[in-house]
Design a protein around this ligand. Structure first.
Ligand code: SF4
Ligand code: SF4
Length: 142
């Protein structure tokens, strides 16, 4: 069961009236967003659309409990932006590593194939030389 915006955050406890959701022009669920933030669940808040909050503040005057919704969302967006930025940097590094590993694997495969072709060529040349030598000796040493 999700927690709901606590009175400790400022204001009275949430009575789950839904007025904040009705007032939100982005069709976000402000009370549920605040509930996620109450339990430090930033991922949950992100899934509910935290970053789509424009900070318009329309939810706050609509709240009969006087909860400081917009201020909390603003603070959480700042924290989330930093998390998302770090995640993007880590994702980019992982992608660079993946591409480098793929490039090295491709180069190793190409080197193996070239080596196999060289061995084949040398083998064919050696066989031809042997056949030529036998022919010169009149084919008597079979
Ligand atoms: S501040 Fe955010 S959650 Fe509140 S009404 Fe505006 S967009 Fe919706
Ligand atoms: S308007 Fe306030 S009391 Fe009503 S659901 Fe939203 S946060 Fe809770």
């Amino acid at each position: 069961m999700a927690a709901w915006p606590a009175a400790a955050a400022g204001g009275e406890p949430c009575i789950r009236c839904g007025d904040c959701a009705d007032a939100c022009p982005e069709a976000l669920p402000p009370a549920r967003l605040a509930a996620r933030l109450d339990v430090d669940d930033l991922e949950g808040a992100l899934e509910l659309g935290l970053m789509a909050c424009t900070g318009c503040g329309a939810c706050e005057p609509a709240c009969p409990s006087g909860l400081p919704l917009e201020a909390r969302f603003r603070e959480a967006r700042t924290a989330a932006a930093s998390v998302l930025e770090k995640r993007a940097v880590a994702d980019a590094a992982r992608e660079r590593y993946r591409q480098r590993a793929a490039r090295l694997a491709r180069l190793a495969e190409e080197a193996d194939a070239a080596q196999a072709r060289r061995i084949q060529r040398i083998g064919a040349a050696a066989a031809a030389a042997l056949a030529k030598a036998r022919a010169k000796r009149g084919g008597t040493d079979a």
